[in-house]
Design a protein around this ligand. Structure first.
Ligand SMILES: [Zn+2]
Length: 775
């Protein structure tokens, strides 16, 4: 079932059915597309119809939130005001919420028959998840906040028994790098609750902004919550002291705002965890109160740079007094037992130079700065524990010894988390490789600027918080996992949605559903109606997974250039053209890899029901006489830049301005010299080399280029020489250098590229070449 077909069918069935007085529809297994996938599902024949007479029986007070969620949805979308009773009265046409203490805390059982819907659960969360499953079974229009007519509000008869695999299914939202308003945070909470996730971790403090009002320290927000911003500059490019910019970017939550967010989240079954960073990432705080620093760094406004100068002086007692006072105001706002204190990326350099910090090391008998960090964490842990709270921190809190009851959030891979579990500490896994949603989710050229990385939808879906080799005892300490959305490059809600969805759906399934039921193709199918829902809700979800990507290889038999097209979902309908013409529904369907025998521009797109979805792939392949021919390297390629291997120079694939992109071959402090064997005598009239220049890291365009031809591989004759002067240049450039000559018969072509020779012989000169074209 495909995306647009689904939409079409959904609307068609609704229109047809509404002609009848009593809706009928035969549901099949493929219609059940719940994310995250339930533990157990059994489809029965028949269906339940919601109508004006449908009543809700709330037999357990814990079901209050779930009941109000369901009745509110119906009231808005259908106009039906379902009567809520607190005892079972109607034997039919009722949605009954029943307490079942035999179920696990977040588990639920959903039984739908033609007569009744019964939702059994043991907790508020269980009831909410039961309702979320009902909502996903209903037509997409149930998400409408306005009255929708001519919809049959029907769900299939079904039995679902469900419970989560992990207790911690979280999202960290960084509201420091860019501030998001209360209503925007509430939207994120809605998105989490639809996916049965249960933790929202708010990163409230970082160098770029302090986001929570503290009555005792008003400058934390009056000074620390605002920094400069320029619309055309990304955070990383902005110099904190640049003239002409004013501190306008920012904002903060009042304590009332926080209560509102927490109350809203609680209604949706979501726990809000505050993160108050220490001892590093606190330029915003130190900007407000410079006496909190070691005195080496002081500034009067929060940092707009990515540099990390903000550190607390932990030699002074007054710093701890400040931190405890801050926490004393924060703790009552968050009912959660967890308080995240950050603890990551503390450079410790300022501590080395600070008299008071060094005195602390001496007085406490600590071995050095690492143990001083550990001292800080242990001291905060003791304080929090005295207030009945549990300390949580990034995996750096392991350095110098871990506090006994601390919970570790493992972001630098999963090793830190595993180590903590070995010590008997609880852990939440959130490795950058799978859980960092600030990473690219498609090819850089097609995506908005992101932090880096490459975390596609399918990669998120591969995430598993349990590491192979963990003992059962260690596994028991893994609370679950979490996606992290750092917002350096994410200034708007729409951009935030793009980065979150649909990757959050993949994350929710990895944390909720049993490992054994993990199936990418099955998930892909179930994802389509969810995307349809996002579309309906106006959520700017990413279509990156629909992008067509290509792979180019030289075939092993005939040494030809073979192109294959693919996209993340299997079995998708890809159409393409080779002549540069637009791709339409009548273009060729991609069935298998094809050979390029002339210069072609490949255009390709995923089609759903004859309509293109996602972005268009457009890639030119320049055909030339050396494609797939054997290349002998006379001078040695640099080990770090070997490109794609022996055919790198003769595969028509060009490198980008990113010299790490894997398409460049490089030579360090030597000329490039290679020999291409065209296998038969061939008429040759020009040779082109593709080069890159990026002088700052030491990559220079050639200063000389020479072509020699031979018929026998022994006697070479110079065909042409090109010389150029060195030009100083500060930006990365790509350029093709060409030597033309009278058409000549040749079998062997020797290409020599000379590197720039610095006046002072300091070395460190790279030549970067991506292709040698022979025509
Ligand atoms: Zn200090």
């Amino acid at each position: 079932m495909t995306y647009f077909k689904y939409i079409l069918c959904a609307f068609l069935s609704i229109t047809l059915l509404s002609c009848n007085s009593k809706p009928t529809k035969v549901f099949v297994a493929e219609d059940i597309k719940i994310i995250p996938k339930p533990l157990f599902t059994e489809l029965k024949t028949g269906l339940f119809v919601f109508d004006k007479q449908t009543t809700i029986c709330q037999l357990d007070l814990e079901a209050k939130e779930a009941v109000s969620l369901l009745s509110r949805k119906f009231k808005l979308a259908s106009g039906m005001d379902l009567t809520v009773r607190i005892q079972e009265e109607n034997p039919t046409n009722t949605i009954v919420f029943i307490s079942d203490t035999s179920l696990v805390k977040e588990g639920y059982v959903l039984e739908i028959s033609a007569e009744n819907i019964r939702i059994k659960a043991h907790s508020k969360q269980g009831f909410l998840y039961g309702v979320q499953s009902v909502l996903q079974l209903l037509p997409v229009q149930i998400e409408s906040s306005e009255l929708v007519k001519n919809v049959d509000w029907i769900v299939p008869n079904i039995v679902i028994k469900d419970q989560p695999r992990f207790q911690w299914r979280g999202l960290m939202l960084d509201v420091s790098r860019h501030f998001f308003k209360v209503d925007e945070v509430k939207e994120v909470i809605d998105g989490l609750s639809k996916l049965k996730m249960n933790v929202l971790h708010l990163h409230l403090v970082d160098n770029q902004g302090w986001r929570i009002a503290i009555k005792k320290y008003p400058k934390l927000t009056s000074v620390g919550a605002f920094r400069i911003e320029s619309e055309n500059k990304q955070l990383r490019e902005i110099n904190g002291k640049e003239e002409g910019y004013t501190q306008t970017q920012g904002g903060f939550y009042s304590q009332e705002d926080i209560r509102e967010i927490v109350a809203y989240a609680t209604l949706k079954g979501i726990e809000v965890i505050p993160e108050i960073e220490l001892p590093a990432h606190v330029a915003s705080s130190v900007a407000a109160y410079p006496s909190l620093s070691c005195g080496i760094y002081s500034d009067e406004e929060p940092d707009a740079n990515w540099e990390n100068p903000g550190m607390y002086c932990v030699g002074k007692e007054s710093t701890f007094e400040f931190l405890e006072n801050v926490l004393l105001e924060i703790l009552p706002l968050f009912p959660s037992k967890y308080v995240h204190i950050g603890g990551d990326e503390a450079g410790k350099g300022t501590w080395k130079k600070c008299k008071e910090c060094q005195q602390r090391i001496k007085n406490e008998g600590l071995s050095g700065e690492d143990e001083l960090q550990s001292y800080v964490i242990k001291r905060m842990e003791k304080f929090l524990s005295s207030k009945g709270k549990k300390l949580m921190g990034w995996d750096e809190i392991l350095e110098g010894g871990l506090a006994k009851d601390a919970t570790v959030m493992s972001w630098r891979g999963v090793e830190g988390g595993w180590e903590a579990a070995k010590h008997g500490n609880d852990v939440v896994m959130t490795p950058g490789s799978h859980c960092y949603f600030d990473h690219y989710q498609g090819p850089k050229s097609e995506e908005p600027l992101a932090w880096g990385g490459f975390t596609t939808l399918s990669k998120v879906y591969e995430f598993d918080p349990i590491v192979a080799g963990m003992s059962p005892k260690e596994q028991a300490h893994v609370l679950g996992g979490q996606a992290n959305l750092w917002t350096e490059y994410i200034p708007t809600v729409s951009h935030m949605e793009y980065m979150l969805y649909p990757r959050l759906a993949a994350m929710s399934e990895t944390l909720w559903s049993p490992k054994a039921s993990r199936d990418w193709d099955d998930f892909s199918q179930r994802l389509m109606p969810l995307l349809n829902r996002y579309e309906f809700l106006g959520i700017n979800y990413a279509k990156s997974a629909f992008l067509v990507t290509y792979e180019a290889v030289i075939t092993s038999d005939k040494k030809e250039l073979e192109i294959s097209l693919q996209n993340e979902f299997s079995g998708t309908d890809i159409r393409y053209t080779l002549d540069g013409s637009p791709v339409t529904a009548t273009s060729a369907t991609y069935l298998s890899p094809f050979i390029i025998r002339e210069t072609n521009t490949v255009k390709a797109s995923v089609f759903e029901n004859d309509i293109p979805v996602g972005k268009l792939l457009e890639q030119s392949f320049v055909y030339h006489k050396a494609i797939g021919k054997s290349v002998s390297y006379i001078s040695e390629i640099n080990n770090s830049y070997k490109g794609t291997g022996v055919y790198n120079m003769v595969n028509s694939i060009r490198g980008s301005k990113n010299f790490h992109d894997g398409h460049w071959q490089a030579w360090l402090d030597m000329d490039m010299e290679l020999l291409i064997d065209l296998e038969v005598e061939t008429e040759v009239e020009n040779v082109i080399v593709g080069a890159m220049e990026n002088q700052i890291p030491g990559i220079y365009f050639p200063t000389g280029f020479k072509v020699l031809l031979s018929l026998d591989g022994t006697n070479f004759k110079e065909a042409g020489v090109l010389k150029r002067d060195f030009v100083k240049n500060e930006i990365p450039l790509l350029k093709d250098f060409k030597i033309e000559f009278t058409p000549t018969q040749a079998r062997y072509v020797k290409v020599v590229v000379e590197g720039y020779k610095k006046e002072k012989k300091t070395g460190g000169v790279f030549i970067f070449i991506d292709e040698v074209f022979i025509n």
